[in-house]
Design a protein around this ligand. Structure first.
Ligand code: PHE
Length: 340
């Protein structure tokens, strides 16, 4: 009896002092192993000198002790897994597993920013088709087959007579046909022109077309929309001006300039000392285009603009070479945020 109590106390002390899984295992071996205290107690017992009652008593005591040791070990193991000591053995200063998160392409970022603001203004967003017909890309935009304006856009023709759209304006008449008027829509997407590639020209680039048709749409609506969009993209007040410009599908047509964001109009190398940077072509929708879309030009008017997303992204993020945008180099993309 004396022995058993001493063993129990000793075991408790040893378990309390054990700080690791390895030390707990050592305690287990010291008690329950082949040469452990409990095991030897049974091996060394001299049953020949015991009466039947003594044997029975010994057996009970032994079983109780063995169960006690097993219980204590089990409890110590369970406690260790949740104890502050166990937690302290996690080194919080070690560097974590490196999980790489994705990044958005700068053109996607600019596009998403513009889409958010246009959506809030009640504009539909449609992407249209990369492969287009002559009708939607040219004819319906008041550019007939013999019109010199076709030379402005070097077209990739497909063998079946279709083409890779040269601009997102190809969506104008499609959208008028599909949705009718009044209409507010933007058409972001890829465009293609057979261009020699250099630092500022690509054969694949992105535009974002805007179209608003309703009764009484004027240049004032156009300017208000442009200022709102550009302020959202550049995160600052943007000053704009219009100069006359020519496109067969707008009348009057304009080139919209913004006051140089680098020198605030004072004149610097970026704006070639003029204080202004040419940003996008726009204008009031030509009556012929409205007619092609089934809209009465005597009742309705509209504005359209063709924002070069590629160029805008380059301006916003100071990207010096257009070829970086299509190169698919992750080291380039990783410099941009993961969300707008
Ligand atoms: N589609 C024209 C281009 O890509 C731009 C434009 C769009 C001009 C809308 C006027 C109005 O060159």
């Amino acid at each position: 009896m004396q022995d058993i109590q001493a063993i129990q106390t000793q075991l408790r002390d040893e378990l309390a002092a054990a700080t690791s899984e390895g030390e707990l295992e050592a305690v287990r071996v010291r008690y329950l192993g082949r040469k452990g205290v409990v095991t030897l107690m049974r091996k060394n017992a001299d049953f020949s000198r015991m009466s039947a009652d003594e044997k029975k008593h010994f057996g009970q005591q032994f079983n109780q002790l063995k169960r006690f040791v097993e219980d204590q070990l089990g409890q110590a193991r369970a406690a260790r897994q949740t104890s502050p000591k166990a937690q302290a053995s996690i080194d919080m200063t070690l560097p974590g597993l490196n999980s790489r998160s994705g990044h958005l392409h700068p053109i996607s970022l600019v596009q998403m920013e513009l889409e958010d603001i246009a959506r809030a203004m009640g504009f539909l967003i449609e992407t249209g088709y990369h492969v287009e017909t002559d009708f939607y890309n040219f004819e319906s935009l008041n550019i007939p087959g013999d019109h010199p304006a076709r030379d402005m856009q070097d077209t990739y023709w497909l063998t079946n007579g279709m083409l890779l759209r040269t601009h997102t304006s190809a969506n104008q008449v499609r959208a008028l046909e599909t949705h009718g008027v009044p209409l507010r829509a933007i058409f972001p997407g890829r465009c293609f022109r057979n261009e020699a590639i250099d630092a500022s020209h690509e054969n694949t680039f992105y535009q974002l077309e805007g179209l608003m048709v309703d009764t009484d749409i004027s240049i004032a609506n156009l300017i208000a929309m442009m200022k709102t969009l550009l302020t959202a993209v550049f995160h600052r007040e943007v000053t704009v001006r219009l100069r006359p410009g020519y496109f067969p599908f707008v009348e009057p047509g304009f080139e919209l300039d913004i006051q140089c964001l680098i020198c605030d109009g004072g004149g610097c190398a970026t704006c070639k000392r003029s204080g202004w940077v040419e940003l996008l072509p726009c204008g009031l929708v030509h009556p012929r285009v409205l007619e092609f879309g089934g809209v009465d030009p005597d009742r309705y008017s509209g504005f359209a603009f063709g924002l070069g997303l590629t160029r805008l992204a380059m301006m916003k993020y100071n990207i010096p070479d257009i070829r970086l945008l299509n190169a698919g180099d992750l080291r380039f993309c990783e410099q941009f945020p993961a969300s707008v």
